[in-house]
Design a protein around this ligand. Structure first.
Ligand code: NI
Ligand code: MN
Length: 226
């Protein structure tokens, strides 16, 4: 499965020929200055919550691609005001079949106010199961026992975890999250974008190695095979 990192918590995977983008924060992110947003043409855009560093580029990418945006009802209401009309609302609960695979919105311990101050509903992570690969994107979250439910939903091939701390798990908690969700391969995101979440990436990789796990840190704009 192709995985492209777009900075902060933003990434795109390709499953069954469909491009699936998560949490795009590109034009306002100096670390992503070399990414040309106009070239991002997903079929789906999934949003974990309404914070600006997860939805800043949704309206323009949705507009240019016609992608189906999947988010909670409160983020939907906000996006509607920005002219985004092709939206599928979900909330925490059962898996939903999107054709390329099934996606279940799961708990995330965080907040979700929208950039205009309106209520953003509850933040979420996503468990994606498909004929190709299964993975768990935790969104912005603290370590939580809910992660122990993830293996009940399928054997995950990898997880995408925030590792920057301060607003979310740090890399040490992410190692425990990998244990809880029974994954050995983790893509680290949500680090180094802001001073509060600047980390030592060598120490982060060591924390995973010490537990027999692998931490992948693709560069912004890099595509890796997972
Ligand atoms: Ni957030
Ligand atoms: Mn965030």
């Amino acid at each position: 499965m192709q995985f492209t990192y777009y900075g902060q918590a933003g990434f795109q995977v390709v499953i069954a020929g469909k491009k699936i983008l998560f949490d795009p924060f590109i034009t306002e992110n100096p670390l992503a200055k070399d990414i040309d947003v106009k070239e991002i043409l997903p079929d789906f855009i999934f949003l974990s919550h309404g914070h600006g560093d997860h939805i800043a580029d949704v309206a323009n990418i949705a507009q240019q691609s016609g992608a189906l945006v999947v988010c909670n009802p409160e983020v939907h209401a906000y996006l509607e005001k920005q002219g985004v009309t092709n939206v599928h609302e979900v909330n925490h609960g059962a898996p939903v079949d999107f054709g390329f695979g099934k996606v279940r919105a799961v708990n995330a311990i965080h907040s979700s106010g929208l950039p205009d101050g309106s209520y953003g509903g509850n933040p979420m992570g996503f468990v994606v199961t498909s004929d190709e690969k299964n993975f768990y994107f935790a969104g912005d979250t603290a370590l939580t026992l809910d992660m122990q439910l993830v293996p009940l939903f399928g054997k995950m091939d990898f997880a995408v975890f925030p590792i920057g701390g301060n607003y979310t798990m740090d890399y040490n908690d992410a190692v425990i999250a990998a244990d809880f969700s029974k994954v050995d391969k983790v893509v680290g995101v949500h680090y180094n974008t802001f001073p509060y979440i600047t980390i030592d990436t060598v120490k982060a990789a060591e924390a995973f190695q010490n537990k027999g796990k692998e931490l992948l840190l693709p560069a912004v704009g890099e595509t890796i095979e997972l």
